[in-house]
Structures are given as structure tokens and as C-alpha cells.
Design a protein around this ligand. Structure first.
Ligand code: F6R
Length: 241
């Protein structure tokens, strides 16, 4: 695990952006796993800017999102589908056929996890972008998820629903279920970048990096990944010393 501590969120976003752009330059057909939430927003803004300045093209890149809520439609403003189009895809030249988000259609609930898993098996990821939940989740692999899990339908933790209620009118509106890549799918990516900022993440960051490897704290498994870079600001790194 490589840990980079930046002076602020802007620097985190800059560092993550330069890694992603370099990876695309090395391999224009990069298969990239993407996260939603607040953590990667600066990275996405910078990637849009770099594309607009002709510094990078996504025309051959394929993307695979980590997760999606179940119980709201893709057209809902808080679906991860909407999030990705609003915050990245509609601003860059990625081809729509190269964009993959887990299907959340309730009428297909019996096979959507398996379908997405097949896609991931057929397309091993070169790079995965991650955030971390305050309870140690990566993707929506909540505490207690087996460390060898593959894509599955998850009941969200109450903590996760509370954390994400800031994006909804109230807690009751936050979906109770989601579909997520499993921990094994994430660990299978050749390279991983995890982004975290702010004091609220300090305890989780400490546990991920210094704690014991356990499925009670899923992000701790990243200690075993051969090429994982954790990009932090001073606040999220504040309990590491
Ligand atoms: C999002 C995801 C989650 C978030 C995590 C942190 O696709 O899989 O694991 O990365 O909940 O969220 P933020 O960045 O909003 O603090």
C-alpha cells in the first residue's frame, strides 16, 4: 500500500488525475472501474478539463461502475447512472457502448448480479477508483461481507444510509438495497487508487491502513493488494501518526 498525503482536496484531485491520465496514455483502451460519491468529484472535474484542453481522450476507454442503488430508477437524479452522466460521461468523449453500470431493474433482479459479474470476468480491470465509507465499506461491501465476494445484491448498512442521506430529502428516501461489485472483483483490478478527504474519514483510514485485515472492516483487505495507492489530505490522514 502506497500512502500519499496531500495538503488539501485540490492536491488529492490533481494527483489522482495525473495517475489516471498517465494510465490512459500508457493504454488508450484502459478498463477503468469508477466510483460515485463526493470523493472522486475533483478527479472527474479535472478529467473533463483535461479532455476539453485536448490533453486526454476517452474514445477507447471502457468504464465499469462499482455499484448502483436498487429501488430507484436510472433516471432518478440520485441514481449512480445519473451521477456518472452529470459529473463525467456527458462532458467527455467516452462511447456510450463502452459505459457499464450495474443494471438495477427490479424485473431482472434474479440475474443482474450474475450478468454484471460475467462482464467483469470478461473485462479484467486495469485501474479501479475507490472511496471509503465511514464504516470501512468499499463499493457497497459492508462490514461482514466475505472477502472473496463477487457482484451481489446488498442490504445497505444503516450507517451507509445515514451517510448518504445528505443527497436525499430525508433518510426514508435513501434506498435500502444496492447492487455492488464484490471485494474479489475490486481486488482483481491490476491497480487501485483510493481517495479520502476530511476528518470524518480519519478513523476509517487509520483502521484500513494500520488495522488488522478482517471482513469486519472490508477496506483493510487493500493491504494485500500489490498496487494500491491511497491518496489522502492532512485531515483524513490525521490519525495515522
Ligand atoms: C460509491 C461507493 C462508495 C463510496 C463511499 C464514500 O460508488 O462505492 O463506496 O466511495 O461511500 O463516499 P463519499 O466519497 O461520498 O464519502
Amino acid at each position: 500500500m502506497k500512502v500519499d498525503i496531500c495538503k488539501n482536496y485540490e492536491e488529492i484531485a490533481k494527483k489522482a488525475t495525473s495517475i489516471v491520465i498517465q494510465e490512459i496514455k500508457n493504454n488508450p483502451k484502459l478498463k477503468i472501474g469508477l466510483a460515485t460519491g463526493s470523493s472522486p468529484l475533483g478527479l472527474y472535474e479535472n478529467l473533463i478539463e483535461a479532455y476539453q484542453k485536448n490533453e486526454v481522450s476517452f474514445s477507447e476507454v471502457t468504464s465499469y461502475n462499482l455499484d448502483e442503488y436498487i429501488g430507484i430508477s436510472r433516471s432518478h437524479p440520485q441514481s449512480y447512472y445519473s451521477f456518472m452522466f452529470e459529473n463525467l460521461f456527458k462532458h467527455i468523449d467516452i462511447k456510450s457502448k463502452n459505459i457499464h453500470l450495474p443494471n438495477n431493474d427490479l424485473t431482472q433482479i434474479d440475474h443482474i448480479a450474475n450478468d454484471y459479474n460475467q462482464i467483469l470476468h470478461a473485462n479484467p480491470l486495469d485501474l479501479q477508483i475507490l472511496g471509503i465509507g465511514s464504516n470501512g465499506h468499499i463499493g457497497f461491501n459492508e462490514p461482514g461481507t466475505p472477502l472473496d465476494s463477487e457482484t451481489f445484491i446488498v442490504t445497505l448498512d444503516e450507517q451507509t444510509r445515514k451517510d448518504n442521506s445528505r443527497f436525499f430529502k430525508n433518510l426514508d428516501d435513501v434506498p435500502k438495497y444496492a447492487i455492488t461489485m464484490g471485494i474479489k472483483n475490486i481486488m482483481d483490478s491490476k491497480k487501485i487508487i483510493l481517495i479520502a478527504s476530511g476528518k470524518e474519514k480519519a478513523k476509517a483510514i487509520h483502521q484500513m491502513i494500520k488495522g488488522k485485515i478482517t471482513n469486519k472492516f472490508p477496506a483493510s483487505i487493500l493491504q494485500l493488494h500489490p498496487d494500491c495507492t491511497i491518496i489522502l489530505d492532512i485531515d483524513s490522514a490525521s490519525q495515522l501518526a
